[in-house]
Design a protein around this ligand. Structure first.
Ligand code: 6CS
Length: 313
């Protein structure tokens, strides 16, 4: 039989690389086949989520940037400056986190989803049409964010005018001036040519892009224990692969951007410049506790404990 797996990126982008590794593992270790659906083949993120929930898709990769509207607790990933940028620390956090591996699965299960894994996709950077060195520079800037209420709050706190849009509308909206900024990891800014429609990249260090891979729960529950174990092993192999694949990817992508467009300005904000952005973290965290669902406090506390454990190594 053939299992259908949709993701939010192109085949050669991070989610696509993960999906290809997963497919390779499943097909090498079972008689099942996986059919991959990259971004654009089945609609936007909201569409593929509906398809996964209804069982048209067996697997889906969707970032909490979109799932936050469905599972309020998943908005926690948009409290600014919560996640570290250190690759090893991040990998250990995602692998060992109790919040992710024990507390989130029942919340996803309530939505008909078996949460298989979450993994990091890189430091999030702003790309804008004008320079950004302080929150004041975001005043009057219509800034595209994923459709996640807490991400909207976070950009309000940064001083921008947040504009939630599905991914497919971002390039055109920058081109026509409907928005003047967006945020994403460097690999994605490079591969989707965001540098063609913006002139400045700003590293504020406020987040690392998190994504999640899920199965339709009814489908997963109906599998033999052997198949479930085979899937879990394939996910684990793909996790290790994708962490390794991303080593050096941020800097390589920034180099490629500079090669493609030498006039691009990349600014890594100093600690001093980051301070006013960091000062918003407490209020956004407070907002999360308001809108992050019944388990918001418990998830936040556990996540912080997990991050502290990962930092200790
Ligand atoms: O900004 C977005 O909407 C997209 N960013 C990434 C890195 N992956 C998929 C997502 O749709």
């Amino acid at each position: 039989d053939t299992w259908r797996y949709a993701f939010e990126e192109a085949m050669d982008e991070v989610q696509g690389k993960f999906a290809q590794k997963f497919k390779e593992e499943v097909e090498a270790n079972s008689d099942h086949e996986i059919q991959l659906f990259p971004f654009g083949t089945l609609g936007e993120s909201a569409d593929t989520m509906e398809q996964a929930q209804s069982g048209i898709l067996q697997f889906v990769d969707q970032s909490p940037g979109f799932t936050g509207a469905l599972i309020p607790e998943a908005q926690v990933f948009f409290v600014p400056y919560l996640l570290p940028q250190d690759d090893a620390q991040l990998a250990s956090f995602f692998k060992n986190s109790k919040a992710i591996n024990e507390m989130f699965p029942p919340l996803y299960a309530d939505q008909g989803l078996e949460l298989l894994t979450m993994f990091p996709e890189g430091e999030v950077m702003m790309t804008t049409t004008e320079p950004v060195e302080a929150p004041a520079d975001l005043d009057e800037v219509k800034f595209r964010v994923m459709t996640n209420p807490l991400l909207v709050e976070s950009y309000k706190a940064f001083g921008a005018t947040p504009t939630p849009l599905p991914w497919g509308e971002v390039y055109g909206s920058l081109q026509t001036g409907i928005i003047q900024g967006q945020e994403n990891p460097a690999f994605f800014i490079e591969s989707t040519k965001m540098y063609e429609v913006t002139d400045y990249i700003t590293r504020t260090g406020h987040n690392n892009f998190t994504t999640a891979v899920m199965a339709n729960k009814e489908f997963y529950d109906g599998l033999s224990e052997e198949d479930q174990a085979m899937i879990d092993n394939a996910i684990s192999a793909a996790f290790d692969y994708i962490i390794d694949y991303q080593k050096g990817l941020t800097e390589e992508s920034l180099d490629k951007i500079m090669e493609a467009k030498p006039s691009m300005t990349i600014t890594d904000l100093s600690e001093e410049q980051r301070a006013p952005f960091m000062e918003t973290a407490d209020s956004v965290e407070g907002e999360f506790l308001e809108i992050g669902g019944p388990q918001a406090q418990a998830i936040l506390d556990q996540l912080k404990a997990d991050l502290a454990a990962a930092a200790e190594g």
